[in-house]
Design a protein around this ligand. Structure first.
Ligand code: PLP
Length: 341
């Protein structure tokens, strides 16, 4: 895979272990659908998960601008914020993380991703859920403060989910297409399924599917949203794709018809788990030795299982589920998963 991804691919700094490997999940046998797992949780250790692929492009831009500080935002256990802080440190930059929590006066204990954020020396700025609405203004304010102090800040948006970050999942899709060429029967439809949290992963996959006409090879893409709803993500993904089209003249023209969001599996809400979701995480660990996280991959995978129980053909002959990481989040609330052990 040495040939360029696309003639207009922007600069990229290698951060991820890739291509990531894939394998069949035994768990799919009882559901009557073959499930191929793409191990993007193996993109790294400090940098594990889907965010690293986006950060390869975002950090290349930060380096080109000779940034000294990288700023981003997320929930208190944000995988993206942790990955950004480590990517910054690996490239010799400092990081500022604006994190949402219930009571900023009493920041959460250093568990899971927060422990790693603190270990790597990120500056943590705790904000309320109310202030989160103004996160982009806050990022700009902190960038301005740094500029006034003589530094060069670079802002990475929530989830690394913008047009530049979306290239990470164009690249991942190329790996997956190579995998599918060897494992899927040419006549059997495949659906690539991913957990959707801010839309950047989805945008890259949807762009790749359209640009490379993957439907002609029986490959579709579907996201299971872990928060918000179908309308929200259809709009978010359309916007990121339109920005990418405008910036690199890709000619993809993504519309709502190109975007499949499998809604109805948010359950109790973002980062809140139902016992049946936790039970699926436990069962996959026991049948396959694979760990999903409760916030993203476990919730989305449970959504896939729920759909397949209703209709084993829902996603065609094969599901290619992307394991987007999130392991450290599991250690943030051990009591939650312990309920089903
Ligand atoms: C482990 C994990 N999986 C999936 C997602 C969702 O990806 P995206 O934000 O690109 O929709 C995230 C982050 O939001 C994540 O941390």
């Amino acid at each position: 895979m040495t040939e360029p991804l696309h003639p207009r691919e922007p600069a990229r700094v290698p951060l991820a272990n890739q291509p990531t490997r894939g394998h069949w999940l035994r768990y799919g046998d009882a559901l009557g659908t073959r499930i191929w797992l793409k191990r993007d949780d193996h993109t790294g250790s400090e940098l594990m998960g889907n965010k690293v692929r986006k950060l390869e492009y975002l950090m290349a831009e930060a380096l080109a601008q000779e940034a000294t500080h990288v700023l981003t935002c997320g929930g208190e256990q944000s995988n993206h914020a942790r990955a950004t802080a480590f990517a910054a440190a690996q490239l010799g930059m400092k990081s500022v993380l604006i994190l949402r929590t219930d009571d900023p006066a009493k920041p959460p204990a250093p568990t899971g991703n927060i422990l790693l954020d603190r270990l790597v020396g990120a500056q943590l700025v705790w904000i309320t859920r109310g202030a989160w609405r103004d996160r982009n203004a806050l990022l700009a304010e902190h960038a301005e403060r740094l500029r006034a102090e003589g530094h060069r800040p670079y802002i990475v948006p929530e989830g690394g989910s913008n047009a530049l970050g979306s290239w990470g999942y164009l690249r991942a899709m190329r790996e997956l297409v190579d995998d599918l060429a060897t494992i899927a029967r040419p006549d059997a439809p495949v659906t690539v399924v991913y957990a959707c949290g801010s839309g950047g992963t989805g945008a890259g996959l949807v762009l790749a599917a359209k640009l490379w006409k993957l439907h002609e090879r029986g490959i579709r893409v579907a996201g299971v949203n872990v928060c918000d709803d179908r309308a929200y993500f259809t709009a978010a993904i359309t916007k990121i794709c339109a920005d990418a089209d405008a910036r690199w003249d890709l000619g993809a023209n993504i519309t709502a018809d190109d975007i499949d969001i499998v809604d109805g599996h948010v359950g109790l809400g973002y980062a809140r788990s139902r016992p049946e979701e936790l039970a699926t995480i436990r069962d996959v660990a026991r049948t396959d030795g694979v760990v999903f996280d409760p916030v993203y991959t476990g919730k989305a995978f449970h959504g896939v299982v729920t759909e397949l129980k209703q209709d084993p053909q829902r996603f065609g002959a094969t599901v290619a589920f992307i394991h987007t990481g999130g392991l450290y989040g599991l250690f943030a609330s051990p009591d939650t998963i312990a309920q089903v052990l």
